[in-house]
Design a binder for this molecule. Structure first.
Ligand SMILES: Cc1cc2nc3c(=O)[nH]c(=O)nc-3n(C[C@H](O)[C@H](O)[C@H](O)COP(=O)(O)OP(=O)(O)OC[C@H]3O[C@@H](n4cnc5c(N)ncnc54)[C@H](O)[C@@H]3O)c2cc1C
Length: 426
């Protein structure tokens, strides 16, 4: 903390202590923007419609807060411009985030597969550390304050907001919009500033559910409710695979949930209902072992059910064999090549008609919002309205499950906060 105070003091020589900045939204992105701007000497007011800061952060990673990921790189994001994302991440990437979090009291730990969590394993401690730093940085926090409008004024902006039923206005030199998108509206973000941004001159692409559970006709596999599998999932429009993802999924009463399908769900709403199929490769995670055992046992009396049980739970094996009408007790040697091929095709390329995705209430992020091309990737400043900055989920960016969306929220917030506090930027 001491180290940071000294750094902030040194830097404040370059920065104007009187730059008045409004940050709208105290989520991951807004709190980061507010902190970075205040550390550089700006006079920051943070507006938040919820009664407390960081409500969505509290539920991330099932309450453990998956902060970021070793695999963060521009190409994993869907945002329409990989170079744009590359610029953001090269100016505030994983090491910068980890260092900032450590500074405010959130040391991180990494899982064997490169996913970062707070050492405490608690999203609560992350929100507490942010709240405490925001307080110590002298930021004016207006919780329970919903911003209704942003108006251009002669020397900056006028913000109209409602607090405790009273509508008020305040003037600022610069405004950072970190109001999120439309995902999980019960936690505060409902896209209510999109019409305001549109009125100010921005394009706003329609919000769509992303990282959402998928609605599917599962046929006989409907009986697998609650079962988890590691698979490769593909989304097909006719003979064209438009997206694919590897990971875990879980069978539910209405379809599939889990990273393998959530990661490709934002493509679904771009296509007419009923035009897509989902494929599952159930062997993707152990193809070599499967091939070896099949070769070894192909001419043996091993029952098909026992063979599949080497890779799946008995409940799953039974359903997989039922799909291709092979009795579990049939010996492998008694199955002709055609039957074996049918089984392999079913395991490698199980297809389901896609009925849609679950709505904003059940998804983790939303696609849509302001296209990234309308903001500068170095500063997150709007290319349409000078001294207005847009960060986090307000922009049309979707990362996969695994800490990628929080990394973008933090990165964009940090760069916007630093740029907005810089008096030399006019
Ligand atoms: C259940 C769940 C689990 C998740 N888990 C993870 C995870 O483990 N790792 C990961 O990387 N990502 C995860 N995500 C996604 C991640 O939470 C978001 O990408 C991230 O929170 C976006 O941050 P943000 O600051 O842009 O928006 P938000 O977190 O949505 O913050 C926006 C804030 O603005 C406020 N606001 C909105 N409008 C106004 C207004 N008009 N006036 C004042 N305030 C306003 C809102 O109340 C809100 O607090 C998860 C999401 C969900 C829903």
């Amino acid at each position: 903390m001491l180290k940071f105070t000294v750094q902030a003091k040194q830097r404040s020589v370059r920065y104007n202590a009187r730059m008045k900045i409004a940050v709208i939204g105290a989520g991951a992105s807004g709190m980061t923007a507010a902190l970075q701007a205040a550390w550089l000497g700006a006079d920051v007011t943070l507006f938040e419609s919820n009664a407390t800061m960081g409500r969505k952060l509290l539920v991330t990673g099932s309450g453990h807060c998956n902060i970021t990921n070793d695999a963060v790189t521009a190409s994993v994001y869907t945002c329409g411009d990989e170079c744009w994302m590359g610029t953001v991440l090269s100016h505030f990437g994983v090491p910068d985030l980890l260092s900032m979090l450590e500074t405010i009291g959130i040391p991180a730990r990494k899982t064997f597969d490169g996913w970062y969590y707070p050492l405490s394993n608690s999203a609560h401690s992350v929100v507490e550390a942010f709240s405490s730093s925001v307080q110590h940085a002298g930021i004016l926090v207006l919780t329970g304050s919903r911003v209704l409008d942003i108006r251009l004024a002669k020397n900056g902006f006028v913000i109209r907001f409602c607090k405790s039923g009273r509508v008020d206005e305040a003037s600022f030199d610069r405004v950072i919009v970190s109001a999120g998108g439309c995902a999980y509206p019960s936690l505060g973000s409902r896209g209510d500033l999109f019409p305001v941004l549109e009125h100010l001159g921005h394009t706003v692409l329609p919000a769509r559910p992303a990282l959402a559970p998928m609605l599917l006709d599962l046929g006989v596999m409907e009986s697998l409710q609650g079962v988890r599998l590691d698979v490769e999932a593909g989304l097909w429009k006719g003979e064209r695979c438009i997206a694919s993802s590897r990971g875990n999924l879980i069978f539910t009463e209405w379809g599939l949930n889990g990273p393998a399908v959530m990661n490709i769900s934002h493509h679904v709403t771009l296509h007419p209902a009923g035009s897509l199929e989902l494929s599952l490769d159930l062997l993707a995670f152990f193809q070599d072992e499967f091939d070896r055992l099949l070769e070894k046992k192909r001419q043996s009396s091993m029952p098909a059910g026992v063979f599949l049980d080497a890779f799946f739970s008995p409940k799953v094996s039974a359903v997989l064999l039922e799909r291709v009408r092979i009795p579990e007790s049939t010996s492998l040697v008694d199955l002709d090549d055609r039957k074996i091929e049918k089984l392999l095709e079913s395991l490698k390329n199980t297809r389901f008609p896609v009925n849609g995705v679950r709505g904003f209430k059940y998804c983790q992020v939303s696609a849509g919002g302001v296209p990234v091309g309308e903001v500068d990737p170095l500063t997150l400043e709007s290319r349409r309205i000078k001294e207005l900055y847009l960060t986090g989920e307000t922009l049309d960016v979707v990362g996969p499950c695994g800490g990628f969306n929080l990394q973008f929220a933090f990165s964009s917030g940090a760069l916007a906060g630093q740029a907005a506090a810089d008096q030399h930027r006019v």
